[in-house]
Ligand binder design. Sequence first.
Ligand code: PLP
Length: 405
Amino acid sequence: MVQINENFLKLPGSYLFSEIARRVAAYSEANPERKLIRLGIGDVTRPLPPAVTAAMHAAVDDMADAGRFHGYGPEQGYAFVRNAIAEKDYQARGVNIQPEEIFVSDGAKSDCGNIVDLFGPDNKVAVCDPVYPVYVDTNAMSGRAGDFDEEAGKWTNLVYMPCTAENGFLPELPQEPVDMIYLCFPNNPTGGAATRDQLKPWVDYANRTGAVILFDSAYEAFITRPGVPHSIFEIPGAETCAIEFRSFSKTAGFTGTRCAYTVVPKALERGGASLNAMWNRRQCTKFNGVPYIVQRGAEAVYTPEGQTQVREMIACYQNNAKIIRDGLAAAGLTVSGGVDSPYVWARTPDGMGSWEFFDRLLTQANVVTTPGAGFGPSGEGYIRLTGFGETGATREAVERIKQIL
Ligand code: PLP
């Protein structure tokens, strides 16, 4: 009889989004005349920039021509896109990242999940609370998280770093030794962002202790403040202790197109091994590359027209986030995020629970949000709203919320 990976049996159901969908469906069915506005979504709504679709159309034509057809590509990504990333996302910002340190993939979600392949089973893992659930669940699946304590809403073997109003939604260095540290800035769900000065102690900690920082900067394109770095590699010393995940999903509307990349510096070594060489080995064994057509689309993001179009799209989402942030603050709610991030994190009024406030907004304002409690125990008492909607609908949603408060 085959032995299964019993860690899967320990996973709680993916409660958050299915429970939201259930409550929204039940309400809509009972009240079909009510028009709901969805501000809970973490998905983009605007179409791909024309520079990207034009490049993809041309790439489709390449595939129809015997001389320009592409079969299997390099597992790490085509040189044309790795070069563009190294030059435009790093070297242009004064960061010395080379194309061989960049691995193009089908998503930051896959990479954040797959990276655990590089690490042994006994590592102590630190995560922010609240947190993007992928870091937690993938470590649970590979046996590093212990057991799920239903009452506490936490895994027994993970180190949770609370991100609360008291610490400005920035974690403090853990009190106990940790080996793998997940940091995500700008943060999903809180919308908080860390400055260079705030990230430096983490880099120093990891270099001092031999830990590795797994830095998710999927939302870097939304940064507005000059003191906030777009990459962990802007912090001196990060090249010997950090891996970075980036994505075209939120930057360029690629959530349905799928393209991202992970940076593993050549200088990053642990246990006498190069993590760059290990990730290369892992990708060559388990991954056969991103479609040529998609990589041509990603390359086009870096052209002057692509950059103009992408900035315009992001500005629209940033403006929506500002409408939400300012509107809810005017309505008396305590809000954070929404400045370097598409996410606004709002405190529920009068100590109300996340789900109770979610229900109130759903049934009284007909606005769908995301209850903060779904991202971890420290998310209780908050809701997350996103700037990824349409501007008119965002404005209307904020007006409706103002009216019921
Ligand atoms: N990282 C964070 C923090 C996210 O919020 C998301 C998507 O919501 C991802 C990664 C996934 O990105 P991708 O679409 O590239 O898989």
